[in-house]
Design a binder for this molecule. Structure first.
Ligand SMILES: Nc1ncnc2c1ncn2[C@@H]1O[C@H](COP(=O)(O)OP(=O)(O)O)[C@@H](O)[C@H]1O
Ligand SMILES: [Mg+2]
Length: 354
């Protein structure tokens, strides 16, 4: 692990009697893009605000750049926040909005001018210095909000659902742009979103949260292919959660009603135990004929949906379990009737929750 810039130890936060965060432990590496991902109300904003210093935790320790900051006010933590609703000063021009933080810090005019100019250029806002926020589009205002944060050279740039007010197309281009700037400047960014696509596409590391606890901390690929809990498997993309049992043959294998499935990983310790296997719809193949292969499960195709790049099948096995299967459309005929499921073992994953 590289240098840790933000460290949280046992952070707990109550609002009245309800616990918004429950013993959060996290180490955030310098120059990485970290995303807090989870459904609405899971505690993402609360955690971000605790890092920024807008909320005080009821218990736990926060260290930023090797300094304990629980008792340090927000303006002295060297973090900078970008809010969903931009929160620009309406009576100030773009220049004044961006320069404000540096002026409060009593920087000299020459330094402020140079810094503001540099950041506005980076955010492609050169020439708009004299405009007021209400003379700009939502996307431009969002850039000003980011510029205002960047100008402070923060130890960590904190972004709370900053793109949710933008339309879908603009959102995607701003995602790419933000990520490029973060990499170019070597920034540490902590980003909050409930949008799994956004999290997967932008992050070095994702913190998946639910109900105030961290379910998993991992790279986008780890989170997607090796979900640690049912919640993560279900929340990220769509998946088939299969109740099965580990049985000992020559080697331990997963058995679903006696049909054997090879799953990645070592599960010697789980022999004779019930387990859950997460199998992504795109890792399953439907074959019209029975094949000698990993997992050969007879099914009936219930219906299919043509979605452009893929066909999503809903199928049912003879035990009454419904499966979702994605087949990338090759322009061939859509399948119907009886068939068999085969599974790519390297993409099925045993969840070790129980
Ligand atoms: N200022 C507050 N006062 C009381 N309850 C709050 C406050 N802020 C957040 N909460 C509650 O704490 C929980 C987590 O909220 P929040 O961190 O805003 O979630 P998220 O950002 O993931 O949607 C929710 O149940 C929310 O209602
Ligand atoms: Mg929030």
């Amino acid at each position: 692990m590289g240098q840790v810039i933000v460290e949280l130890k046992n952070i707990t936060k109550f609002f009245g009697a309800s616990k918004a965060l429950d013993e959060i432990n996290l180490q955030i590496e310098k120059e990485k893009f970290i995303t807090f991902l989870g459904p609405s109300g899971c505690g993402k904003t609360t955690l971000l605000r605790i890092i920024a210093g807008f909320y005080e935790p009821d218990a736990g320790e926060i260290t930023i750049n090797n300094r304990r900051v629980e008792n340090v006010p927000p303006y002295d933590r060297n973090t900078a926040m970008v809010f969903q609703e931009y929160a620009l000063f309406p009576h100030m021009t773009v220049y004044q909005n961006v320069a404000y933080g540096l002026e409060v810090k009593n920087k000299n005019k020459t330094e402020i001018d140079a810094k503001v100019e540099e950041v506005l250029k980076l955010m492609q806002l050169s020439g708009m210095e004299k405009r007021y926020p209400n003379e700009m589009s939502g996307g431009q205002q969002q850039r000003v909000a980011v510029a205002r944060a960047l100008v402070m050279d923060p130890h960590a740039l904190l972004l709370d659902e900053p793109l949710s007010n933008l339309d879908a197309q603009l959102r995607e281009s701003v995602r790419v742009e933000l990520r490029l700037i973060q990499k170019k400047l070597g920034l540490t960014a902590i980003y909050v979103t409930h949008d799994q696509q956004e999290a997967l596409s932008m992050s070095d590391m994702i913190v998946v949260m639910n109900k105030g606890v961290i379910h998993q901390f991992g790279t986008p690929k780890e989170i997607y292919f090796c979900p640690r809990t049912r919640f993560v498997a279900d929340f990220i993309g769509s998946t088939n959660l299969v109740d099965a049992r580990v049985v000992k043959e020559d080697i331990p294998v997963v058995s679903y009603h006696g049909i054997h499935l090879q799953v990645k990983g070592n599960y010697e310790a789980l022999v004779d135990q019930d387990v859950v296997v997460s199998i992504r719809p795109e890792c399953i193949k439907i074959n019209k004929v029975s094949k000698e292969s990993n997992f050969n499960l007879p099914i009936k195709i219930l219906h299919s949906m043509f979605l452009g790049e893929k066909v999503r099948y809903h199928v049912e096995d003879s035990y009454g379990k419904e499966w979702r299967v994605d087949s990338f459309d090759s322009g061939e005929e859509i399948l119907e009737g009886s068939a068999y499921l085969n599974i790519q073992s390297e993409k099925s994953h045993l969840i070790q929750e129980q």
